[in-house]
Design a protein around this ligand. Structure first.
Ligand SMILES: [Ca+2]
Ligand SMILES: [Ca+2]
Length: 725
């Protein structure tokens, strides 16, 4: 930790703006085809080198023109080294400045980041011990069982008078404290579920939680931990939803199990809580529909809970939450509820197709702005964009593109003109500013999916760069990631656990010129400038706390960039990995029923994600299974025929051959000696092998990019084979 401040101290003598006189770069790294920028303070040099581990320059370029950035008060130049795509570890070098922090370039560079950002939710679970197998050094006993929670006077009703005891276990601790708030849980859970809906391939990986390997993607298991808690916060007698479950006062700086034993309460029902609950449950009901076997009846139960909460909000449209006199925990107060009505209406419309919800959506309509816990309007439009193909008739789909593009265009314009090349303006630097910039990235990414404007993807990459080090403070704001990460977050377990390193994978709130904690901190802020209003100190609840609604967009944005950034032509998958897959995914016996079960499984997965594919399973010349999801193209049949021919010839999956050819520098669309009208070296056809017999046929998907077709087959096979006795 001492090391971190060395370069700054080194420069103090020569520079008035010591803490800013370093090159700022994303300290984690980039995908080969990412847009790549660094921010360079004014120095003698006007050129930059990117140097490899051996110190030799691999790329050299001209710095951009000097430009002032008001939020930090600096004049900076930008280095654009997007041309760098070869995997490796690099630094930037500019005459007159210390070398930059190191960063990596490589495929899958954000895998560890996405996984750690999801795992942070696990580590913040209430009512369960964190096992060392999954939590490592951050294992701990269970805290806050919440199996006996009191109904607070503010929440009393005829059927549940003050002091009634209810069970409301599970859920995530909200932030650095140990309380649970519906409003903030809503947007956080939504963001994880939306990430899954949009980027299921990247997010199917097991991350090492108790539910890993159970056949359900871990991000959904993790979300379920909180959804189950949220369901308990609805009063079954009237559909209303309690605003929060908290102590009367914040716990001390202790571990969860050592927190005070005074009773916890559910506090007042509120309109905001009911609507955020309704929206989140509507989303969860559609996302979990394919998992009815694992959670019987859950999807239907959630949809009905959502509609009941909506009805309560209709009947109680102005129940604005204020902390009762005896309750001092977080308020999450919001008196502008048009956006909550609009969000819930959008999600319920997608879920049910009922015209009443479409009418409500129109009634509460307004232009979009960057989402946050108290401003949720844009969340509904992200969902509408995701589901635009299957919205009930009568909904003007062109409106979806227009709405998201209007906001994304504003953000991209700011990004283009700002000295630091970020979409965030000085007045966006509020409490939790790091989540503001990542929520801006969510909008940019969703707009990019609709219209593929390259600036939107680049501006979203810049947003991730910002939180990982390309900001005026030079910190990577994600614990455990980068050369100079946040080390002292305001987070009770990280402060009380006796482990030197903070719990990894958490995003600090970030620069906040409000500096509301100034009087509570033994160290001063280095500056009053918005972009420099940050201290890495445990005291700093205003700039250095962590929170579930800040981590969720980190999951979303790292997954989206990993999925949307174009693939480098040099990016291939290891043949060893693919060969092992082929060894592993074999059958002891195979018959028509097996084919039907696997085929259905693939179709189910594709349908759940709205993917247009054709699935075929063939034994010899006999087709055992052939089905297409709605909207699949008739062309798929020919792709399947050509991919199958390749598998019959090579004995390997078509994805294996695709990678083999590319790794050898060849063109996969022109295989020597083969008539490519009858062969296709694209992923999606997988050899059907019975142990002791050999290859008897193929299991094939077509319709998506080859890697995804292949991924769909492999995921379904893994699912199926692991579940066999
Ligand atoms: Ca799982
Ligand atoms: Ca609001």
């Amino acid at each position: 930790m001492k090391r971190l401040s060395m370069p700054l101290l080194f420069l103090v003598a020569g520079s008035a703006a010591a803490q800013t006189a370093t090159i700022k770069v994303n300290q984690v790294g980039f995908l080969p085809q990412s847009h790549k920028l660094a921010v360079v303070p004014q120095a003698s040099g006007t050129r930059f080198d990117v140097v490899g581990a051996d110190g030799k320059a691999v790329i050299t370029g001209e710095l951009g023109a000097p430009q002032r950035w008001e939020p930090s008060g600096e004049t900076v130049r930008v280095a654009d080294f997007s041309a760098l795509s070869a995997p490796g570890t690099y630094r930037l070098k500019v005459a007159g400045l210390p070398l930059s922090d190191p960063f990596k370039v490589g495929p899958g560079e954000y895998r560890a980041l996405t996984d750690a950002a999801i795992k942070a939710f696990y580590l913040n679970r209430s009512a369960i011990a964190i096992d060392a197998r999954y939590g490592g050094a951050w294992a701990r006993p269970a805290g806050h069982p919440d199996d006996k929670v009191l109904v607070h006077a503010s929440a009393a009703s005829a059927t549940r008078p003050e002091g009634s005891v209810i069970a409301s276990p599970k859920g995530w601790y909200d932030a650095g404290d140990y309380n649970k708030y519906i409003v903030n849980s809503g947007i956080s859970t939504y963001t994880l579920l939306a990430a899954w809906e949009a980027y299921p391939a990247w997010l199917s990986a097991d991350i090492g939680i108790p539910e890993s390997g159970n056949g359900v993607p871990d991000i959904l298991d993790e979300s379920m931990w909180n959804l189950e808690w949220m369901l308990t916060m609805q009063d079954p007698h009237d559909g209303g939803v309690y605003h929060k479950l908290t102590n009367l006062r914040f716990d001390g700086i202790v571990m969860p199990h050592a927190a005070n034993r005074t009773p916890r309460h559910v506090v007042a029902k509120s309109t905001a809580a009911a609507l955020d609950f309704a929206a989140t449950m509507a989303v969860a009901s559609r996302v979990l529909a394919p998992y009815d076997k694992q959670w019987p009846g859950m999807s239907a139960k959630m949809l009905s809970a959502a509609e009941n909460a909506w009805r309560w909000a209709q009947a109680n449209p102005k129940a604005i939450f204020k902390n009762p006199k005896d309750v001092a925990t977080g308020e999450y107060g919001d008196d502008k509820l048009d956006d909550e009505f609009a969000w819930a209406a959008a999600e319920l419309f997608i879920a049910t197709g009922k015209d009443g919800y479409a009418r409500a959506l129109r009634a509460y309509d307004a232009p979009l702005s960057t989402p946050s816990w108290g401003n949720v309007r844009a969340l509904g439009w992200i969902s509408l964009a995701q589901h635009r193909e299957r919205l009930a008739p009568g909904f003007d789909r062109s409106q979806i593109d227009a709405r998201l593009d209007t906001l994304a265009a504003q953000l991209a314009a700011t990004w283009n003109s700002a000295g630091y090349r970020v979409p965030m303006r000085g007045d966006d630097m509020v409490w939790g500013s790091n989540a503001v910039i990542l929520n801006q990235a969510m909008i940019l990414l969703q707009a990019y999916r609709l219209n593929r404007k390259p600036d939107y993807l680049s501006a979203a990459q810049s947003s991730l760069d910002y939180v990982l080090g390309r900001n005026a403070t030079g910190y990577s704001f994600v614990t455990g990631f980068g050369a100079r990460p946040t080390m002292h977050p305001h987070h009770r377990p990280s402060m009380a656990d006796g482990v030197a390193a903070p719990m990894p994978g958490w995003l600090a709130g970030g620069p906040n010129p409000g500096q509301q904690d100034k009087k509570d901190c033994p160290v001063g802020y280095p500056s009053t400038r918005p972009a420099l209003s940050y201290i890495d100190h445990e005291c700093s609840y205003a700039a250095n706390e962590v929170a579930i609604n800040w981590n969720a967009p980190l999951v979303y944005v790292s997954a989206a960039l990993s999925s949307l950034t174009p693939m480098n032509h040099n990016d291939t998958v290891s043949l060893d990995v693919l060969a092992r897959e082929e060894q592993l995914l074999q059958f002891d016996r195979f018959d028509d029923a097996t084919a039907t079960a696997i085929g259905n499984r693939i179709v189910e997965r594709a349908r759940a994600r709205d993917q247009k594919v054709t699935v075929q399973i063939k034994q010899g010349d006999k087709v055992l299974f052939n089905q297409a999801t709605p909207g699949a193209s008739p062309d798929h049949a020919d792709w399947i025929r050509r991919k199958n021919n390749l598998v019959a010839r090579t004995g390997h999956s078509s994805f294996y051959t695709h990678n083999e050819v590319r790794q050898g520098g060849g063109d996969h669309d022109a295989l020597p000696g083969l008539d490519m009208r009858n062969y296709a070296a694209h992923g999606g056809a997988f050899p059907l092998v019975v142990r002791g017999t050999g290859m008897i046929g193929t299991i094939t998907v077509s319709g998506l990019p080859g890697a995804e077709d292949h991924g769909l087959v492999v995921a379904a096979l893994k699912d199926y084979l692991e579940l066999q006795p």
